[in-house]
Design a binder for this molecule. Structure first.
Ligand code: GDP
Ligand code: MG
Length: 380
């Protein structure tokens, strides 16, 4: 028979106590109906979000719904799209209205590099009671700037295409990325707004959003909000980080004191770890994009030619800017907004958040190897 004396018992009790603590601390928030071993293990910090009960900024459960508060932010959805994406976009707007905007009625700004068709205007405006505006992008925001060597750009595009790099051969994709990086917020239709929510055709919204994320951003001094973060294709941005480092060297005074460099670099800024916020979803403060530091950064990148000679995406550009110019408290992870842009899904896994969603927590991208969520969670 095994006999345990009193000296041995003490460590055993301690061990059992510790085990119990670990179970409560790590597993309690994970009691999602469909927990599995890979996608749904989350630490408690992953489930914090503005619509959780007990959040300091939220009213008591007995208070009237948030949309009955008539305070609205100067904000709009911004949708850059082509006429031929109409059907994909209608599906997206239908979900966005059903999940959020029929309660809050924020306006839509549609942007295009060619005129929108009558059909597009009719079949999008009919899906919402909110105001809809349709804008043509000025030519100078969607064309080569005069310092670009067009023959060199043509040749490098061809080379990227031959290497099989995604969108490597597309000129319009490059105009799109450059426009989203440095121009959409300068469009006349956006001048009256303080915040934007970027939406693309085909994206899906899986959960009811019963509070106003714009108001949340404003009241909590948040400047950038996201739902999915991931690793960039390195072949699209070979010199982006070197160019950024040169910018930093020449503009040290513009870098935030408590910046988020550890989200985008594993070695204190020496190299880029390719982490970025997926910019097909963004809720942001337009003041940030219009700030002197963001303007200086975009202009510097633009002058280097990488939007055309390589294939710099607006996602790494925005994310690096967030990493350099903001601090963590100004950046919001919208865990509660269930969202899909093919092929990835952010689906909240906590049971409280699942209640009003139609996604499967097992499909959540956050803790898969290509997600940068762990990096985010580890940030102090
Ligand atoms: N007007 C216009 N919109 C474009 C063009 N290319 C892309 N977009 C829009 O830009 C956004 C990103 O393009 P998308 O094809 O979804 O790129 P991906 O998400 O990186 O695969 C979407 O909202 C598209 O509708 C273009 O040539 N003209
Ligand atoms: Mg897309």
């Amino acid at each position: 028979m095994v006999v345990i004396n009193s000296n041995q018992r003490k460590p055993i009790f301690l061990y059992i106590g510790f085990l119990f603590f670990c179970i409560c601390f790590f597993l309690w928030p994970l009691r999602a109906p469909n927990n599995n071993s890979n996608g749904s293990r989350k630490s408690s910090s992953l489930v914090s979000h503005p619509s959780m009960l007990h959040h300091p900024n939220l009213p008591d459960v007995n208070d009237p719904p948030a949309w009955q508060n008539t305070t609205r932010v100067k904000a709009a959805f911004v949708i850059l799209t082509r006429n031929n994406e109409l059907d994909a976009l209608r599906k997206t707007i239908q979900q966005l209205e059903a999940r959020f905007n029929h309660k809050f009625n924020y306006p839509y700004v549609f942007l295009n590099d060619v005129e929108f068709t009558e059909e597009f205007i009719e079949l999008t405006s009919s899906l919402t009671n909110a105001e809809t505006k349709y804008g043509l992008i000025p030519k100078e925001h969607w064309s080569y700037p005069d310092w670009i060597d067009i023959e060199k750009a043509d040749r490098l595009r061809k080379e990227m295409e031959e290497k099989g790099i995604i969108y490597g051969g597309s000129l319009s994709y490059r105009h799109m990325c450059r426009f989203n990086s440095g121009f959409f917020y300068k469009h006349p239709l956006l001048q009256d707004y303080e915040y934007y929510w970027r939406v693309e055709p085909s994206v899906e919204f899986y959960c009811d959003i019963d509070y106003d994320p714009f108001l949340y951003m404003k009241e909590n001094n948040k400047k950038y909000g996201w739902t999915i973060s991931l690793i960039e294709f390195e072949a699209t941005i070979p010199t982006l980080w070197e160019t950024t480092k040169q910018f930093i060297k020449e503009n040290r005074e513009l870098i935030a004191k408590n910046n988020l460099i550890d989200f985008i670099s594993n070695d204190n800024g020496n190299s880029y770890n390719l982490c970025h916020f997926w910019s097909n979803f963004e809720i942001g403060d337009l003041k940030f994009l219009r700030s002197p530091e963001y303007t200086a950064f975009f202009d510097y990148l633009d002058k280097s030619g990488g939007f055309f000679y390589e294939r710099w995406g607006d996602a790494p550009v925005h994310s690096i800017a967030v990493g350099l110019f903001l601090n963590k408290s100004e950046v919001q992870f919208f865990n509660d907004i269930g969202y899909k842009h093919d092929p990835f899904i952010h689906c909240p896994v906590a049971r409280e958040l699942q209640l009003k969603c139609h996604c499967n927590a097992e499909d959540n991208f956050d803790l898969t190897p290509n997600s940068c969520m762990r990096r985010w969670v580890e940030l102090r």
